[in-house]
Design a binder for this molecule. Structure first.
Ligand SMILES: CC(C)(COP(=O)(O)OP(=O)(O)OC[C@H]1O[C@@H](n2cnc3c(N)ncnc32)[C@H](O)[C@@H]1OP(=O)(O)O)[C@@H](O)C(=O)NCCC(=O)NCCS
Length: 158
């Protein structure tokens, strides 16, 4: 299992993974996946994804999915931690997300539930908030001061 930056050639694989997990694919594009990480197994098959979508001074964490065979091994947590490190290194002070399925996972990762109205305009106006996610989705935030210490290069075995 290896985590790496997404490449153009991963577009179809990411869409397939997200579709299989009931997550929005409508706006997944080559440009958007420049902010994505993927995990691939020893055969090079894509087994997980997650990405950052830049929205002005805010950033949206989105498209987190791990294929069922690889769940419960810490893959999602590692992806989220790495994305938070990337966001912080770019000076993004808050990470936002919407979820219908993984509120508890994100709470365990230090995210707090907040009202949609409390999100900055740039977040509230983005496609995921306005069109792609149901209005019942929970809005969550993690502030950079709450993020983990910067990532040092470390091998990670799953
Ligand atoms: C949610 C999901 C990404 C978690 O992936 P995963 O790789 O199995 O998660 P991890 O192994 O990194 O779990 C880390 C911790 O969160 C816990 N956890 C994982 N999924 C959880 C969930 N749905 N609810 C509560 N806790 C969860 C794990 O038990 C683990 O806890 P621990 O550190 O105390 O052992 C995965 O189940 C998935 O792809 N679900 C379908 C798509 C989806 O809902 N994505 C979220 C979109 S916002």
């Amino acid at each position: 299992m290896m985590i790496r930056k997404a490449r153009d050639a991963d577009l179809g694989g990411i869409q397939t993974l997200l579709r299989a997990n009931g997550l929005p694919v409508e706006d997944i594009s080559m440009t958007l996946i420049e902010g994505f990480l993927v995990a691939e197994d020893a055969r090079g098959s894509l087994v997980a994804s997650a990405g950052l979508e830049l929205l002005g001074s805010s950033v949206l964490l989105r498209s987190l999915a791990v294929s069922s065979k690889w769940r419960g091994k810490g893959v999602a947590r590692e992806l989220v931690t790495r994305l938070e490190d990337i966001a912080r290194a770019r000076g993004q002070h808050e990470v936002w997300l919407l979820t219908t399925t993984a509120q508890r996972f994100f709470e365990r990762s230090g995210y707090e539930r907040v009202s949609r109205e409390d999100a900055p305009d740039e977040v509230r106006m983005c496609k995921e908030f306005t069109i792609l996610c149901p209005s019942t989705a929970v809005c969550m935030r993690k502030q950079s001061t709450q993020c983990a210490a910067p990532m040092t290069e470390r091998p990670k075995t799953f």
